[in-house]
Design a binder for this molecule. Sequence first.
Ligand SMILES: Cc1ncc(COP(=O)(O)O)c(C=O)c1O
Length: 361
Amino acid sequence: MMYPERGTSAHINLSHLLHNIEVFKKLHPGPIMAVVKADAYGHGLARVTDSLKSCDALAVATIEEAMQLRSFIPDKRILLLEGVFNAEELELAIEQRFDLVVHQFYQLDVLLKSSNAKPLLNVWLKVDTGMHRLGFDWADYPQVLDQLKQVKMIKEIRLMAHFAQSDQVDHQQTQLQLQRHQILQQHDFECSFANTGAVLNGLSCAGEWARVGLGLYGISPLADRFAADFDLRPVMQLSAKLISIKTVKQAETVGYSAQFTCLQDMLVGIVGMGYADGYPWSEHHSHVVIRGHQAPIIGRISMDMMAIDLSAVKQPLIGEPVHIWGSEQAVEQVAKELHTIPYTLVCGITGRVKFHVIDSL
Ligand SMILES: Cc1ncc(COP(=O)(O)O)c(C=O)c1O
């Protein structure tokens, strides 16, 4: 008898990543900054960094992420998207040649108080053009810009902003942000405004540094268009295995809280993937794919398992691969069905899932 393995795995297809970079280079006439925060959106920073060498810069959120990235890639420009929080981090950033976002007065204060006078630091002045998350207020940024120009340790200044809803091109807020971005571009500095949604919607400006995250991993953030519509290919293939099959009688229930009741006798499969692997517990239900057939997820997601309806699968076998998301079904579709966003799904994959790297097509 052949015994199955749990086999819960994520395959990371680097040739898809390389392909996606080329797609973005065609879509955006300007430098591309690959956003690799949160362990490259759950894909694994160490796994993907080498493939991102043709990008012009890389961006992360925390100084720890930046340090890890620097150990993989000694020469590339690395931008700290939240900047530094104190003088020690500033010294580390200078030593490691990190570019810094400056988005609040306390960061300006750290820069002004530094005794470091060698012009080594590149800063990206973040302006709040309407997102209202990070960035200096629209009214304050000219004064901050003047102050930054006086800081001796600063070598280069760039201007940066972030779209609140790059998926809504015609929205009043997007239009206001676009107007403000045009004004920012009139300064004599390079700029960075666009994220994946902005590039896919044609909102990026020629020559700006597009900061592309989700799209590089072959996923679309847009509500109405999936990545495949832009010829982007999914980098992560998430799969698990059928670890149990059983017939459950009509009127019996499946799983915790007896949430699913069988309307007839039915074949139920148990898949080795639960919320401790990163598949979210949700009131909503999606489905998985087996041999090209959709199998609805039924009942509650457990910590280590999920139950599926095997009615559509002929003679299912223990140990069969079950596709959760990737080429067989877009993660955007799963996100839609679970009433969430694809970002949370890929970022949520836990260390229990075994990763494998695929280098070629
Ligand atoms: C400041 C900033 N720029 C760029 C990005 C990349 O966005 P996306 O993954 O939608 O391309 C993010 C992601 O959250 C971000 O916070």
